[in-house]
Design a binder for this molecule. Structure first.
Ligand code: PSU
Ligand code: MN
Length: 300
């Protein structure tokens, strides 16, 4: 078998050679999760947050037939501006690579690429999950199954409240994915600190999270961990404020299906909140980067 087509940036290669902490970042949040130019500003701010936290940022994307492990500043800017970039999940990854297409990686695809590259920690905003109405649409993100398969610890602000959060937690439990509330008894709902649901597990330090990650490997358990890190209090949109907005956005995007659902909902919520949802989104991703850097340091 030939090796996977990985191309490391000089910064990530040097960090790995030195055994220094590296944290993976996804690119779909840049191409599909936020509008230009805030997407690029945020991607840069998140990379800076990781560096300030003592970890090297590794934004992952697919370009020219290779998995790019760390992007140069102009490559990141190119992706952020591009507009029509493919959104790649597990099902799409090999096809895009074989065809030499450019694509942005979702949580699922970023986990696969990070693991191939030897990176154990990944920071993002929110994971995909079970969509509302899944009992008829069967729309369940491949992110959930990936967490059961691929040994990467993912730091997210829970799952977006546009999803069916009780069903999302049930599926994660069925799949055997540890869902860890960070310094919180509640499962966060992205823009809001609490979803009103309990987090199945709770941990209060990066060292504990790192120890649990290592123990899974010792046990030979496949799959990763979901660290659910609530948005900082000053930045949150409380659930009672965002809930009616979500209902409205769901109604307005009822004709959208499959991969387009999450981007369409996010864009509509951005309009309906006059940009406040985006400010909260930026704040929570930066907060997740800070925690991911600390976990990566504890693992290094
Ligand atoms: N959260 C965001 N913005 C995003 C996503 C999540 O705030 O763009 C993306 C992530 O890449 C996640 C994906 O993996 O949406 C889930 O999409 P789907 O439900 O189609 O699997
Ligand atoms: Mn889906």
């Amino acid at each position: 078998m030939t090796a996977p087509p990985l191309v490391f940036s000089p910064e990530v290669a040097a960090a790995q050679a030195a055994g220094a902490p590296v944290v993976a970042l996804e690119s779909t949040i840049v191409t599909h999760g936020m509008p230009w130019p805030r997407n690029l500003e945020t991607a840069r701010a998140v990379e800076d947050e990781l560096r300030a936290g003592g970890a090297v940022p590794d934004t992952i994307a697919v370009m020219g037939g290779a998995i790019r492990v760390g992007l140069a500043p102009d490559e990141l800017a190119g992706l952020a501006r591009a507009g029509q970039v493919a959104k790649l999940s597990r099902a799409d990854l090999a096809v895009a690579l074989a065809r030499g297409q450019t694509g942005a990686t979702t949580v699922a695809a970023t986990m696969i690429c990070a693991h191939l590259a030897g990176i154990a920690v990944f920071a993002t905003g929110g994971i995909g999950g079970v969509h509302r109405g899944a009992e008829t649409s069967f729309d369940i993100s491949a992110d959930l199954r990936e967490l059961a398969l691929t040994p990467v610890t993912v730091v997210a602000a829970g799952a977006k409240a546009i999803l069916d959060l009780p069903k999302t937690l049930e599926v994660l439990e069925t799949l055997g994915v540890p869902v860890i509330g960070y310094r919180s008894d509640d499962f966060p709902a992205f823009w809001s600190r609490s979803s009103g649901l309990r987090a199945p597990l709770r941990m209060d330090s990066p060292a504990e999270i790192a120890a649990a990650h290592r123990m899974r490997a010792r046990l030979g358990l496949p799959g990763g961990q979901l660290v659910a890190n609530p948005i900082p209090e000053a930045d949150e949109i409380p659930l009672d404020e965002i809930s009616p907005v979500i209902e409205r956005a769901l109604a307005d995007t009822a004709n959208v299906s499959a991969k387009a659902v999450t981007p369409a909902l996010l864009a509509r919520i951005l309009e309906l909140t006059g940009g406040r949802s985006l400010d909260a989104n930026v704040a929570l991703v930066r907060n997740n980067a800070r925690l991911a850097a600390a976990i990566a340091r504890a693992l290094a």
